[in-house]
Design a protein around this ligand. Structure first.
Ligand SMILES: [Zn+2]
Length: 251
């Protein structure tokens, strides 16, 4: 039996038997882990409170050979998001990010860039809940990028010519981007403005990205939300479990 300690973000928890929970976390040093927290529901104890979704914790757990579920033994709250628990939009955004992290992260594979990006997005929304939609767009782009599914935003996949930033581009069914002459008019059109916003995610933190794009028209948020929805559904071969906040616009 091996003992591990890591920083982790709680993504989801399920009740198990009378007093236990199954908890899914994205951890810094072991990636996605699923574990059993025994007796955490017996009393209103700190152990139980630390395992509420979206809490950032220091986690100590045991791992037995050939067992998928680890055993959570100790936790310490680093950051609670309890103050946001009555904000339905924020909670739905957090659930959406949490579900995508569970869908895209292979179990037990540390990915420090993904962990830091996810943490920065949860933190940006916590600091400024009004920026939720922009942070979600940022999160989607970076999740796809870090998992290797984001097309090259800078050059046409066919002729390799750099995009000028002043033209619309086309997303093909193979999930690559083409210039208008190479696309032959086929694929999903990405407007100049939406393409510029996609490129902006590459250079900025989520908080800075949201701050710098608050004045961008809502149509562009919708365009990016629809685009991400399309790409994510294609990669997962199904639609995301939690609908993004802009789902009314996504048919
Ligand atoms: Zn081209």
């Amino acid at each position: 039996m091996a003992l591990f300690e890591t920083e982790a973000l709680v993504l989801r928890s399920y009740n198990l038997a009378e007093a236990d929970k199954i908890v899914v976390c994205l951890s810094r040093s072991s990636g996605l882990i699923r574990g059993v927290a025994k007796n955490c529901r017996k009393l209103k104890n700190r152990f139980g409170a630390s395992l509420e979704p979206f809490t950032l914790i220091n986690l100590t757990y045991f791992e037995k050979e050939n067992q998928e579920l680890v055993s959570f033994s100790q936790t310490e709250i680093l950051k609670s998001r309890f103050n946001l628990s009555s904000d339905a939009a924020v909670l739905s955004g957090f659930s959406y990010m949490g579900d995508l992290l569970m869908d895209f992260s292979p179990p037990r594979q540390a990915n420090d860039n993904l962990y830091r990006m996810a943490l920065a997005c949860f933190e940006a929304v916590s600091q400024s809940p009004a920026d939720l939609e922009w942070v979600l767009r940022y999160f989607e782009v970076w999740l796809l990028k870090l998992e290797g599914f984001l097309p090259d935003l800078r050059v046409c996949a066919n002729c390799q010519k750099a995009f000028s930033g002043e033209e619309q581009v086309y997303l093909g069914s193979d999930l690559s981007l083409r210039c208008s002459s190479c696309s032959l008019g086929r694929g999903t059109v990405i407007s100049k403005h939406a393409h510029q916003q996609l490129r902006a995610t590459e250079k900025l933190s989520p908080a800075k990205f949201a701050e710098e794009t608050r004045e961008v028209p809502i149509d562009i948020i919708k365009e990016l939300a629809q685009l991400a929805y399309k790409v994510i559904s294609r990669v997962l071969e199904r639609t995301p479990r939690a609908r993004p906040t802009f789902s009314p616009f996504i048919q």
